[in-house]
Design a protein around this ligand. Structure first.
Ligand code: ZN
Length: 173
């Protein structure tokens, strides 16, 4: 498994719609393993393939936070929300592509998601709490959408300027 570099906003690849996965092959299995490794290393609770520059509809997540609780690494291929609750909840979100920036985002509190697993089988599950926020945030990435797109334009531009500065600093380092 390899830790892959994570793209930092602004990057045109983070604004593109990713392609559906046609079949699970070795390349895809390697991608999924690398994404999990990269996500845990960051550390983060979710990662979408476009964040490592692969324009395919694949996300990984593990929102288990309690000390002593078993990790639950999940790989969701071609995930889509099939149902969303009317009730919403607000979480302070962050993103591995927008380091050290956080903002409250309101989303449906519960969602039902259908996806293909690494065996090519269809899975579906209802997510709540942090899992619901995370899965919606990651699916947004597959559609070229970032959590800052939910914020006002002033706040979004301020964060984007900070990221441009961060990228310049990293390029010089
Ligand atoms: Zn993100």
């Amino acid at each position: 498994m390899t830790i892959r570099p994570i793209l930092i906003h602004p990057d045109p690849r983070l604004k593109k719609v990713a392609d559906a996965v046609a079949e699970v092959d070795d390349t895809l299995r390697t991608l999924a393993a690398d994404m999990l490794e990269t996500m845990y290393d960051a550390p983060g609770i979710g990662l979408a393939a476009p964040q490592v520059g692969v324009m395919q509809r694949v996300i990984t997540m593990d929102c288990v936070k309690e000390e002593g609780e078993d990790p639950r690494p999940m790989v969701l291929i071609n995930p889509r929300v099939t149902w969303a609750s009317e009730e919403t909840s607000s979480y302070e979100e962050g993103c591995l592509s927008i380091p050290e920036q956080y903002a409250d985002v309101e989303r449906p509190a519960e969602v039902e998601v259908t996806w293909m697993d690494l065996e090519g089988a269809t899975q579906s599950e209802r997510f709540g709490g942090l899992w619901a926020t995370c899965v919606q945030h990651e699916i947004d990435h597959l559609d070229g959408k970032l959590f800052i797109d939910y914020l006002g334009s002033m706040k979004r531009q301020m964060i984007t300027r900070k990221m441009q500065k961060l990228k310049r600093e990293r390029a010089r380092a």
